[in-house]
Design a protein around this ligand. Structure first.
Ligand SMILES: O=P(O)(O)OC[C@H]1O[C@H](O[C@H]2O[C@H](CO)[C@@H](O)[C@H](O)[C@H]2O)[C@H](O)[C@@H](O)[C@@H]1O
Length: 256
């Protein structure tokens, strides 16, 4: 934190979206960014080298669920775990892999056979997520889905990314760690902070450590995920705690 405070112009602030900037809600389509997050990110963006949102969401969805984010100075959104990038109003990325469409086409039959109530599918074009949060037994449904979804993913050259009551089928070859490492190198960052809440953020924590830069890892804590808190330098209380921490940082910058 010392390095970030003394040289903000060299700092990259990386943040996850769901569970970090946006409180967890039962329906993924109804998630919305914490009302104070865009303003505090804009305040930070005015001082640091870059603010980067590194998320499993498509960048366009993160921006849609986060009105005001597009105005954060210099914001970059590394969506789909880094496969798709939004910057200066433009989205770039490789073509979506064919395997996702094929796997998605097989999902209805697979889910019918398992007869799991309340399991929902989120089509993200470059990935497909199977959610159990709205099932009467979210943990049980997740356990019954693990093996068949791993088989389906393997058949279509995809990998399974586990998250908070979700299993996501997505292409291999990129994760939040790689996305963050590439971004730090591209910007010649001199320090880094990464804030996350879920298992997919462990790779970004590892990238902070592997970068060799002065870095700090922050967990947006929840009762649902404990593995990340164990690896974090700082644990705060969910998105409210994240916004409070970012606010403190922005205030420190504006008073120095
Ligand atoms: O990398 P992230 O920004 O954390 O995105 C990970 C996944 O988040 C979303 O699902 C999670 O949030 C939902 C809304 O609060 C919640 O209903 C769900 O249970 C969580 O798993 C999103 O829907 C996925 O596509 C993202 O990959």
């Amino acid at each position: 934190m010392e390095a970030i405070l003394s040289d903000p112009a060299g700092a990259v602030i990386g943040l996850d979206f769901d569970g970090t900037l946006s409180p967890i809600v039962p329906d993924p389509a109804k998630a919305v960014i914490h009302p104070k997050a865009p303003e505090v990110l804009a305040a930070l963006g005015a001082h640091v080298l870059a603010v980067a949102i590194v998320t499993g969401r498509p960048p366009a969805t993160a921006l849609e669920l986060g009105p005001g984010l597009a105005d954060v100075p210099g914001l970059v959104v590394l969506g789909h775990y880094g496969f798709e990038r939004w910057e200066n109003g433009r989205i770039s990325g490789p073509p979506p892999p064919a395997g996702v469409l094929r796997a998605e086409a097989e999902l209805p039959l697979l889910l019918d056979k398992l007869a799991l109530e309340g399991v929902t599918v989120e089509d993200k074009v470059r990935a497909v997520a199977v959610h159990t949060r709205r099932s009467p037994d979210p943990e049980g449904a997740l356990a019954r889905l693990r093996e068949p979804l791993a088989e389906l993913a393997g058949k279509h050259d995809l990998v399974v990314e586990p998250g908070r009551f979700v299993l996501e089928l997505r292409p291999p070859g990129m994760d939040k760690g790689q996305a963050l490492s590439l971004f730090l190198a591209e910007r010649a960052a001199r320090s880094v902070m990464f804030v996350g809440d879920d298992l997919g953020d462990l790779a970004a924590f590892a990238a902070v450590r592997a970068s060799g830069l002065p870095g700090v890892t922050v967990c947006s804590g929840s009762a649902e995920v404990t593995a990340l808190a164990e690896q974090a330098d700082i644990v705060v209380d969910g998105p409210d705690g994240v916004v409070a921490l970012l606010h403190e940082l922005a205030s420190a910058f504006s008073h120095s």
